[in-house]
Write a protein that binds this ligand. Structure first.
Ligand SMILES: [Zn+2]
Length: 625
């Protein structure tokens, strides 16, 4: 490749290396697509990013080899999930004009072949020196995969390699506080989870200990998501971790603001990337993340890469298209995806059609112009586009400016722990009772399930027993409900007389808990010597609500809450009542495997004009398998 002297001025450098690994493509993708962690671990310098007039491009500067200042314009990452990613950099001065670095993954029985590359244009006389350096970082990316597999072989709980050098940790303090985490919570936190957290704090890199998403970590550890979240909540009260509320842009799903307490969460925010202002809501835009407590270990906020694919794991493919550029995508659609352009409102739903499509691959061109994506008319179905099997998508930018196109996976399970979800956990309410919204602040929740329960015949109970013994029974029954609701993934919001209002993040959990309450209350009364047994009236409803602070407690208001109370009024005792349409929304699990009879009826609910279609669920207690 050594050119003649006259070519030296414009000599490109192309470095490509590949190796095969015995791991699935998806595992290699997860490992390599976290580019911040990859760059940090293989020893690349940290980078400072700044905004430029073109919102799609960022200014970047770093110190190459720790001393030489380098500046460049960083373009958005292009990627197709589990296939490839690349980033383009255009340098200000220096021996290299442009550099494109990336990886490609190819399935190769029994694993994956990883290609790591760097392509540079217009290397000057320094190219020989640079070539060695560039070759080294291309090799380092593949070595990173080797280290990963070696650590996995060695049985490390988290085999992802970390930077060399042991971080400074106050180990005495850590072990003392972990001791509380092991001793205090009831039920106890599993010891293998505590051990994994300890190893991460002792050896993990700063990015692995700031802004941690417990569900993502649980997936990485192969652990139960709620168990890891529960450990994190207790670790925060034990002073091992700190919690932070992050306000996320619902479009690009990147944190835009953060607050130490719920009361400090802003009411509105603006995303520069998307160019949109948002009202904060409780279930999509406020996320709980955790960082190591600074008394245990200090961390820095240094950034090594800002735009890698795992920053937005819900995006199947992202492509930066220059004016009038066509880009074919080597992408198989497994389910519906949504195509949008960053900083534009229009979205096009792409729905794959079943069928084999034969062996011939046809290009399906989708064109962006005048703010809209449009496909062939014959395939348009309302607001969506049918994608015949065997099609290859081609994105065409028919505008005079560059665009950033994103294909979003609608089936993606979010790794975010939202405020709406965590505040329905009884443990969260017990441990962080001061975590409430600022006075007067109201946030919307798009869906929340409510369970109302009331004691049947409580007047007779008080008449028959007298106030003190009757109240003792009522109070013990609150504990019974609290335990059942807590196990079911919800929490008690408040008690009202002899009744209880409970909130759940998921309808299925609310319904399952309601049925379990009715299944277990008689036996519980027997154990407690309560004779005759207490009879519960229970109703469940589901829908949007407003969350705000009332009596120093997070509380919910609105039509859904009112209806839940009205629906519970229809219970006769021993049954669970809900609207027919709500039962239809529930998944099969709460009903399946139980002996439950479903009785339909209509009734007028107080405050509503029309007759409502309701169902009454009664458990027939089938206990045999
Ligand atoms: Zn955004």
């Amino acid at each position: 490749m050594r050119g003649r002297q006259s070519d030296m001025k414009d000599q490109p450098i192309r470095v490509e290396r590949e190796r095969s690994y015995p791991m699935p493509v998806a595992e290699a993708w997860r490992l390599l697509a976290d580019t911040d962690h990859l760059n940090r671990t293989i020893g690349l310098p940290s980078v400072e990013f700044s905004a430029l007039p073109d919102p799609l491009v960022r200014g970047a500067r770093a110190k190459a080899f720790g001393v030489v200042p380098v500046r460049w314009r960083e373009f958005p990452f292009d990627w197709v999930r589990e296939r490839r990613y690349a980033v383009r950099r255009e340098f200000d001065g220096g021996p290299v004009k442009t550099m494109e670095i990336g990886i490609e993954l190819r399935p190769a029985e029994p694993g994956v072949t990883v290609l790591s590359y760097a392509h540079c244009a217009s290397a000057g006389p320094l190219s020989r020196l640079l070539r060695g350096r560039i070759r080294a970082s291309v090799d380092d990316t593949l070595d990173f995969c080797d280290h990963y597999l070696a650590r996995k072989q060695a049985g490390r709980p988290d085999p992802v390699p970390v930077p060399k050098g042991r971080p400074q940790v106050n180990q005495a303090q850590l072990d003392q506080r972990l001791g509380r985490l092991a001793a205090d919570p009831v039920p106890p936190v599993p010891s293998d989870l505590i051990a994994a957290l300890r190893e991460r704090i002792l050896a993990g890199s700063d990015d692995q200990l700031t802004g941690i998403r417990p569900f993502a970590l649980a997936d990485r550890w192969g652990a139960d998501r709620l168990a890891v979240l529960r450990m994190f909540l207790h670790a925060a009260t034990a002073g091992v971790l700190e919690l932070r509320w992050q306000v996320m842009c619902p479009t690009c799903r990147v944190p835009k603001a953060e607050a130490g307490t719920l009361a400090q969460v802003p009411v509105q925010f603006h995303c520069e990337t998307c160019g949109i202002a948002y009202d904060v809501d409780f279930d999509q835009r406020v996320e709980l993340r955790f960082s190591v407590h600074p008394a245990i270990r200090a961390t820095t906020g240094q950034v090594y890469c800002i735009g890698g694919p795992l920053r937005a794991p819900h995006i199947v493919a992202q492509q930066y298209l220059r004016p009038h550029e066509d880009r074919p995508l080597d992408l198989g659609l497994a389910g519906p995806v949504q195509l949008r352009t960053v900083r534009a409102a229009h979205r096009l739903l792409l729905v794959p059609e079943p069928g084999t499509g034969g062996s011939r691959v046809r290009d399906l061109t989708i064109t962006y112009s005048a703010g809209r994506w449009v496909g062939p008319h014959s395939l348009m179905r309302g607001d969506g586009l049918a994608v015949p099997a065997g099609s290859r998508l081609v994105l065409r930018n028919q505008t005079d400016g560059p665009i950033l196109a994103a294909l979003e996976d609608l089936a993606w399970t979010s790794e975010a722990t939202t405020a709406a979800q965590v505040t329905t956990l009884q443990e969260f309410r017990d441990l962080f009772s001061s975590e409430v919204l600022a006075p007067g602040q109201q946030l919307a929740v798009s869906h929340m399930a409510f369970l109302f329960s009331d004691l049947k015949g409580s007047t007779r109970l008080y008449e028959g027993l007298g106030d003190a013994p009757a109240y003792s029974r009522v109070s013990r029954h609150f504990d019974f409900i609290r335990q059942a609701v807590s196990r079911g993934g919800g929490s008690i919001v408040k008690t009202m007389g002899d009744g209880v209002m409970c909130a759940f993040y998921r309808l299925d959990d609310a319904l399952g808990t309601a049925l379990r309450l009715q299944d277990e209350v008689t036996a519980w009364c027997g154990e407690q010597g309560i004779e005759p047994p207490l009879v519960l009236k229970v109703g469940v409803h589901h829908g949007p609500a407003i969350v705000m602070t009332a009596n120093d407690n997070l509380d919910y208001f609105g039509r859904t809450v009112n209806l839940a109370a009205r629906v519970a009024d229809q219970s006769r005792g021993g049954d669970v009542v809900l609207l027919r349409q709500v039962l239809d929304q529930a998944g099969p699990p709460p009903i399946a495997g139980r002996g439950v009879t479903v009785e339909s009826f209509t009734s007028r609910l107080r405050g509503l004009d029309d007759e409502q279609h309701l169902v009454r669920l009664t458990s027939t207690r089938v206990t045999s398998a």
